[in-house]
Design a protein around this ligand. Structure first.
Ligand code: ATP
Ligand code: MG
Length: 560
């Protein structure tokens, strides 16, 4: 990784690891894993877990595995496996040959289950799932023991083998751990850890019709991989006793589970199940829709891996749940693109301007700075001619006091070009809308400076009409209208109907011809944009990644 060796801020997990190293626990080794279930695309919450797991491993000379927790064949697909591999790699992490699958361990998991049965610690139960729930009790009431709890070891071994061999209907039997139906922790009330499910697995096909449950598969997989620190999110805190129980009873290598708070972000959702619904119900155009909080959505939106890693460093790792402001994520990408993105001029809502005193058929090649933050980026030529476009918003026929941009009789600067003065406004007869401006230019101001020290209050971006490329631009807003969409009765209650705005016939300077999908630019005064994969040479398509800080919007707000 590019910034390997660089230290991330300290946190309670790093303290635990440092203590363990000091005490030579696990011979001072650090081994972590990132364990996604391949039932959807990764989101920015997963990025937090990825950065944490790969980050601490790198920092303490350890290793981090990529492990697919694929124990639920009905929801898992190879498409998701591929997308996860692509996303973790794109974020900048490497797991070498250590790409594992819980399904690699199905045989071993089965053997361990047989061991637990032999030791009288597990039994085959015939209760239906509804009955199991009924017997389980509640937070205030103890559960009741299953009538099948005291089957003999021989009977359990026979039944479990026949479960595996497909002799029983789906759901008709389960394998349960024999722990304690009166435990204050419901997870310890004889939890089911194998179920019968005839579903084709994306890797093992139809080899198995019984599948291990997460709580069992996860701790055993961690143990097999000799994970030293098993980092997971807070909702697993109540599952830790069960994690420990299995490993203690099996008497195998025992990783330490440590829980941290999951990332929540304002104005979006962080659950694969709900994100899948947004995709399936067509509220977005797929998992990689630039409005989605998925890694693939953020990538398409124009986010860089660096910006996401920086974001994860900034939010830190804590033990208490919290919600991070989306503005912080946006801050991180602005900060990154400010350093690296080439500046160009582009007009999103064009207003035609004719420079009446500029010669016909003449083109000026003006020098423009590619990136003021990066001297190495150099300059480019921008063509200027008699007819140009400026932004509709940059002209007002009857401007209020604080509007300093173009207005009748007023002089402004065209960036890198000339001072111009508006002399005439041509209007649409029907609507009264200004459709064309006539301006004069001062040839003495070439490059954007007057020789007589004359000042103007505004500098506008512009594009030469003759040289402009026509492009589509997609502007994005939050997918939801409220900070916490989870408060809605329905997933879609707070969906933002204006989250996507498509502008057609936008004008960009010719330097953008042939820009490849994924390349990123700052459109001066408008924000950061990147080329969408939908782009073609005939019709380039740009996504707005994020706006610049828009001072004019603030002024307008203050005026209201
Ligand atoms: P989801 O609720 O989105 O379906 P999940 O926890 O079921 O998420 P997994 O594929 O099981 O998804 O997650 C892989 C790893 O990423 C787990 O260790 C999980 O704890 C972690 N993770 C998932 N969501 C977040 C989040 N919002 N913040 C931090 N870590 C997360
Ligand atoms: Mg999960």
């Amino acid at each position: 990784m590019s910034d390997e060796g660089s230290k991330t801020p300290s946190n309670f997990i790093k303290h635990i690891i440092e203590e363990d190293i000091k005490n030579n626990k696990n011979e001072g080794k650090v081994q972590t894993r990132f364990p996604p279930e391949p039932n959807g695309y990764l989101h920015i919450g997963h990025a937090k877990s990825i950065c944490l797991n790969f980050g601490v491993a790198a920092e303490y000379n350890g290793l981090c595995n990529l492990r697919f927790d694929d124990t639920n064949p009905s929801k898992e697909e190879s498409e998701y496996v591929q997308s996860i591999i692509e996303d973790v790699r794109w974020l900048g992490f490497d797991w070498a040959e250590r790409q594992y699958y819980a399904s690699d361990y199905f045989e071993k998991l089965y053997e361990y289950a047989v061991q637990l049965i032999k030791e009288g610690k597990a039994f085959v139960c015939d209760l239906s799932s509804d009955e199991i729930r009924e017997y389980r009790g509640t937070l205030t009431e103890p559960g009741r023991e299953s009538p099948f709890r005291n089957r003999s070891v021989e009977e359990n071994l026979d039944l479990f083998e026949r479960m595996k061999n497909g002799e029983f209907e789906d759901g008709s039997k389960t394998l349960r751990a024999k722990i304690d139906m009166t435990s204050g922790n419901i997870n310890m009330r004889d939890p089911v850890f194998y179920r019968i499910q005839r579903a084709t697995h994306h890797r093992t096909g139809d080899t198995w019709c019984i599948y291990p449950m997460y709580d069992y598969a996860h701790c055993v997989s961690d143990s097999i991989e000799r994970i030293t620190h098993s980092l997971c999110t807070l909702e697993f805190e109540d599952h830790r006793p069960l994690y420990d129980w299995f490993l203690n009873e099996l008497d195998v290598f025992h990783p330490q589970q440590i829980e941290f708070a999951r990332l929540n972000l304002t104005y979006t959702l962080m659950s694969k199940r709900k994100l899948l619904r947004l995709v399936e119900e067509g509220h977005v155009n797929g998992w990689d829709d630039p409005r989605m909080p998925t890694i693939s959505g953020l990538r398409r939106r124009g986010y860089t891996p660096e910006s996401i890693r920086n974001f994860c460093d900034r939010i830190g790792v804590a033990k208490a749940d919290s919600t991070v402001d989306m503005a912080l994520l946006e801050y991180c990408i602005r900060e990154d693109l400010n350093k690296s993105a080439m500046r160009v001029m582009s007009v999103l809502n064009p207003l035609k301007v004719v420079i009446t005193n500029y010669p016909e058929n003449q083109t000026d090649e003006l020098d423009a700075v590619n990136n003021p933050e990066d001297p190495e980026a150099g300059t480019r030529k921008v063509p200027f001619s008699k007819v140009i476009y400026i932004e509709k918003d940059d002209f007002m026929e009857d401007p209020p006091k604080k509007f300093f941009r173009l207005a009748p009789g007023r002089e402004v600067r065209l960036r890198y070009a000339y001072f111009i003065t508006c002399t005439d406004v041509i209007k649409d007869d029907q609507t009264g809308e200004s459709v064309e401006l006539h301006c004069t230019y001062d040839s003495e101001t070439r490059g954007g400076d007057s020789s007589d020290g004359r000042k103007v209050k505004a500098t506008l971006h512009w594009v030469s009409a003759e040289h402009a490329l026509d492009v589509d631009v997609r502007l994005y807003n939050n997918l939801f209208t409220v900070e916490n969409p989870e408060t809605g009765d329905e997933l879609t209650e707070f969906i933002n109907p204006d989250s996507l705005q498509v502008l057609t016939s936008c004008k960009v300077e010719p330097a953008l011809a042939g820009a490849s999908p994924g390349s990123r630019f700052q459109f001066e005064r408008l924000g950061y944009f990147c080329v969408d994969p939908d782009s073609s040479p005939d019709l380039p398509v740009f996504n707005r990644t994020v706006t610049l800080r828009d001072t004019w919007a603030k002024i307008k707000k203050a005026q209201k």
